[in-house]
Design a protein around this ligand. Structure first.
Ligand code: IPE
Ligand code: IPE
Ligand code: MG
Length: 237
């Protein structure tokens, strides 16, 4: 039996290329991407993943054409409102991670409502990275530390305590679709020892079976954390 990672991160990439391949406008890819996400959330819930963090919109994505950015924001609002009750019924807890200052009020209100509605749920913790970047997370942590003025010096543990994900474990497994082999500013701090799984599939093509494949691959990794293989074998005896 495969060991299920406690925390999985996903860089959902390739929506635009999925649509382009079908001679459809890019935004069709985003709509199909949401369907793939829904199936992924439900599957994570079913197999017992405790934390799922998805990269939905990065800080650099504001540089896309206005029409695409507006479409993505509207899509997010619509799907959040539409899917919230089902997520709540599944005992999932939803949280948005990133800079909230540039989001429009309607979306922000829905986010705050969704988070408070599901706050006490004890099932899957579902994190949506929105107007997020790993660098932004580190910078906001440092700024809060300076503002508080409590620490003259910091270390890894102190800094980690100020990250937006401070109360969640680091992802053991990060999946990126679409064949790109980069992090694009996703969870830079938290991915220090994550296993990185890259698949050529575009995000709308991703499925529960593909997630199982990624988990199977993860189970074949030897996670050494700087040690050598023999030490790990000794420790497990
Ligand atoms: C990922 O798909 C979704 C977002 C970044 C919002 P893309 O839109 O990046 O699709 P490609 O990479 O252009 O195919
Ligand atoms: C990464 O995808 C961000 C999200 C999936 C939201 P991008 O498509 O923006 O990344 P790059 O530009 O190809 O690195
Ligand atoms: Mg992309």
């Amino acid at each position: 039996m495969d060991q299920i990672p406690i925390h999985i991160g996903i860089i959902m990439d390739g929506n635009g290329r999925w649509a382009k391949k079908r001679f459809l406008p890019r935004v069709f890819g985003h709509v199909r991407g949401v369907s793939a996400l829904k199936k992924t959330i439900m599957h994570c819930n079913d197999i017992g993943v405790k934390h799922l963090t998805v990269f939905a919109f990065g800080r650099e994505n504001w540089q896309r054409p206005n029409s695409e950015v507006n479409f993505l924001m509207k899509l997010m609002l619509k799907k959040l409102n539409h899917e919230l009750s089902e997520l709540h019924a599944k005992n999932a807890r939803i949280r948005f991670i990133g800079d909230r200052s540039r989001l429009n009020k309607q979306l922000l209100d829905s986010i705050i409502y969704a988070e408070s509605q599901t706050q006490k749920n004890t099932g899957l913790q579902f994190n949506v990275c929105l107007d997020y970047s790993g660098q932004y997370d580190i910078v906001q942590a440092v700024n809060r530390i300076i503002k508080e003025g409590k620490h003259e010096q910091i270390n890894e543990e102190i800094l980690a305590g100020y990250l937006l994900t401070h109360d969640q474990p680091a992802p053991e497994l990060i999946i990126r679709t679409s064949g790109e082999c980069r992090l694009s500013n996703f969870m830079l701090w938290q991915s220090a020892y994550s296993e990185l799984y890259f698949t050529p599939l575009f995000w709308p093509e991703f499925s529960p079976q593909e997630l199982d494949k990624a988990i199977e691959w993860y189970n074949n990794r030897e996670r050494r954390f700087g040690q050598i293989s023999e030490q790990l074998k000794e420790a497990s005896c």
